[in-house]
Design a binder for this molecule. Structure first.
Ligand code: HEC
Length: 138
């Protein structure tokens, strides 16, 4: 079959559209753990949680009964149980929450479009939290 130029152009346009659609649906990869060693709650993690989580996860009525302003609170977990699997960041619930990969979108943290206007964690911050969990959550 001899293709006209307009047929060729149509095929080209369709191929490009499909490519863009596929790229848009592919989930962003979870950022890798930071290579930093000696990561601790006090030095590396608390500042991140203070900035992006503690507004809702501290005080008398913390959301999901989860307190993130102390190491004890983080290790204790929420009304539903532990949020960290010590030594295994890839399987830690909190990492699924902050990378928006938890099955339940209500668990995506910080919540999308929250009134406090707190934005998502950066890949660098997620990497530090992963390294901290992998290194024993000290
Ligand atoms: C604007 C308020 C707000 C901020 C900011 C926020 N959270 Fe939450 N968080 C909530 C609410 C509300 C829930 C309960 C969601 C639900 O289950 O419906 C929740 C639930 C959670 C849960 C799930 C608890 C469970 O067992 O279901 C985790 C884990 C969590 N938050 C971690 C974080 C982390 C980490 C941050 C910071 C990166 C953060 N949150 C920031 C409001 C917030």
């Amino acid at each position: 079959m001899k293709m006209t130029n307009s047929t060729k152009l149509t095929i080209l346009a369709l191929t490009a559209t499909i490519g863009v659609a596929l790229a848009a649906t592919a989930a962003a990869p979870i950022p890798p753990a930071s290579p930093k060693t000696g990561v601790t709650y006090a030095t590396d993690i608390k500042p991140i949680l203070d900035q992006s989580c503690v507004k809702c996860h501290s005080g008398d009525k913390p959301k999901a009964r989860l307190k993130l302003d102390t190491l004890e609170g983080v290790l204790k977990g929420s009304k539903d149980g532990k949020i960290i699997t010590v030594g295994d960041s890839a399987n830690s619930f909190v990492v699924k929450c902050i990378t928006n990969t938890a099955d339940d979108h209500d668990s995506w943290m910080p919540p999308l479009h929250n009134k406090a206007n707190i934005g998502p964690l950066t890949a660098g911050q997620i990497g530090l939290i992963r390294a901290w969990i992998d290194q024993g959550a000290k």
